[in-house]
Ligand binder design. Structure first.
Ligand SMILES: [Zn+2]
Length: 320
């Protein structure tokens, strides 16, 4: 086994927005944020879902996707836009970072789904139906206040069907519980959560309850572990704690594996979108995390699945 066997395909980051807000360039090493090209190289982080956010209306989607594409097309960034499963191998061969276009929230998609066709052609391959908001398609887990009982609308059910028929994967991270089950009921493809943890370990409403984890397993989907402190914290869910260690990340992984299997857990850092504990302060820390998992009972085969194989399997099934 070489270090390269554990290359990372990660389910969620917000670099596209964070780097602009922090006025840094992706190709230059920075002490701000958690992802840039030199640090991705150091952390063996070779591919990921790069989110477009926000997507609350048509104008935002248009503007942010244009920026997204211009970053990917800038040669200095050494990126390759992933549109089919073989592209991951080609990107690796050519020393490029593989980037998957993901919309976080679908509120701005039109009711006739003409934008979905358009953005599929432009390379959209993954979609979450909501953020923390409620839109015409579905209902997100709320940041504050009591949870809503509404799930997906009829239009939301049609969006799931339309996206999957095109070859755009459906992400259940951010959905509230009724919306989650509406997706499960209507899915024809493996369902995934790009950046969510285990509710039994940290009772935050962005995390997944045991029956939800099992339902994702039954679709042959997977769950990307979120490194955000507020989603990891087992003592005070919702409160950041910079001292949370690899043992807490492992507790989420252990729990998911114990009630489902090793195919149902992957990486979904939320880098550049959340505040991380020191142990995963930026993306150079993946090799240390994997070494910790290896020293504490996970085999090299297990770690390869967590690092990239599970995401490859799920995306392959969704993109066919
Ligand atoms: Zn998010």
């Amino acid at each position: 086994m070489s270090q390269d066997d554990f290359w990372v395909l990660d389910g969620h980051n917000d670099m596209m927005l964070a780097s602009r807000m922090q006025r840094r360039s992706f190709h230059e090493r920075s002490d701000k944020g958690q992802i840039d090209l030199p640090r991705m190289r150091e952390g063996n982080f070779q591919a990921g879902f790069f989110a477009v956010w926000p997507c609350f209306n048509r104008g935002m989607i248009k503007k942010r996707t244009k920026i997204w594409l211009s970053v990917v097309q800038d040669d200095r960034n050494q990126m390759m836009h992933i549109k089919k499963i073989d592209d991951f191998i080609n990107a690796k061969k050519n020393g490029k970072i593989g980037v998957v276009l993901h919309f976080e929230g679908a509120g701005g998609i039109d009711k006739r789904f003409t934008m979905l066709d358009y953005y599929y052609k432009l390379g959209l391959r993954s979609l979450s139906l909501t953020w923390f908001d409620t839109n015409k398609f579905g209902t997100g887990a709320r940041m504050f206040g009591s949870e809503k009982t509404r799930g997906l609308t009829e239009l939301g059910v049609n969006l799931v069907k339309k996206a999957q028929s095109l070859g755009i994967g459906v992400d259940v991270s951010h959905l509230n519980v009724p919306s989650f089950w509406d997706v499960i009921e209507n899915t024809k493809k493996p369902v995934y959560a790009t950046h969510s943890n285990a509710y039994s370990v940290s009772a935050h409403r962005r995390n997944l309850k045991d029956d939800q984890i099992k339902a994702i397993q039954e679709t042959h989907g997977t769950i990307g572990i979120n490194f955000g402190g507020i989603f990891l914290n087992p003592i005070k869910p919702g409160k950041h704690d910079s001292k949370l260690g690899f043992d807490i990340i492992k507790r989420h992984i252990d729990h998911i594996v114990s009630i489902s299997d090793i195919n149902t857990v992957a990486m979904g850092s939320d880098f550049d979108g959340a505040i991380m504990p020191d142990c995963v302060k930026d993306c150079i820390k993946y090799p240390d995390l994997f070494a910790y998992l290896f020293e504490n009972g996970y085999s090299n085969q297990d770690i390869k699945k967590i690092a990239h194989e599970n995401w490859l399997r799920v995306l392959k099934a969704n993109w066919k």
